[in-house]
Design a protein around this ligand. Structure first.
Ligand code: SF4
Length: 191
């Protein structure tokens, strides 16, 4: 868990508590999360740590947070005044009415055989690795906001990432239904 500022997507710039869960049902090559290492915490310990920060916005992330008991988290944390958002890969259907904000970042551009099961939400955030955005034409109808984000690969150099940023910039200009999302937290070196 950590307290930081949302660096990407719709709520960029918003102070937030991040609960980053271990474990994922996918293994993307560009993944920037060490989700195979974790510290076990019960809900009481989680709330106690949350209370040490002056912040009521919480982002459930991972790894894949939908592997956790989201219904219980929602039923306990929201009555305490926390606004609960999730960032998920969309392969596991979420319980209804447990969350205030659902952001799905699908990975079917690299896993064409993995079925998307969370078909509605607030924010669709696509990591762009060269795929045709028309593959989301149907899926994006279930979401209010549509973002496309260049795949930032830390092991590649500045020139490679810069070119990828530029290509994504051009992509958004020619696909005006979409908005550009950048991982600004990486520029300033914070989580
Ligand atoms: S779905 Fe997300 S957390 Fe899971 S491997 Fe891919 S990038 Fe990493």
């Amino acid at each position: 868990m950590f307290h930081s500022i949302q660096g990407e997507g719709h709520f960029v710039g918003a102070p937030s508590i991040f609960i980053r869960f271990g474990g994922c049902n996918l293994s993307c090559s560009w993944c920037d999360t060490e989700f195979d290492k974790w510290t076990e915490m019960n809900l009481r310990e989680i709330i106690s740590e949350m209370e040490s920060w002056e912040c009521k916005r919480v982002v459930l992330t991972g790894g894949e947070p939908a592997l956790q008991d989201i219904a219980t988290l929602g039923s306990v944390l929201r009555p305490l005044g926390y606004e609960l958002a999730i960032e998920t890969n969309g392969t596991i259907e979420l319980p209804a009415d447990a969350l205030d904000w659902i952001c799905v970042s699908p990975k079917d551009q690299i896993y064409p055989n993995v079925k998307l099961r969370q078909l509605v939400g607030d924010e669709l955030k696509v990591v762009w690795v060269g795929q045709d955005l028309s593959m989301y034409d149907d899926y994006k109808k279930g979401f209010r906001y549509h973002y496309v984000q260049p795949c930032y690969i830390e092991t590649e150099d500045l020139a490679w990432n810069g070119e990828n940023f530029r290509d994504t910039y051009d992509l958004v200009k020619s696909n005006p239904d979409w908005r550009l999302s950048l991982q600004t937290h990486k520029w300033i070196g914070v989580l």
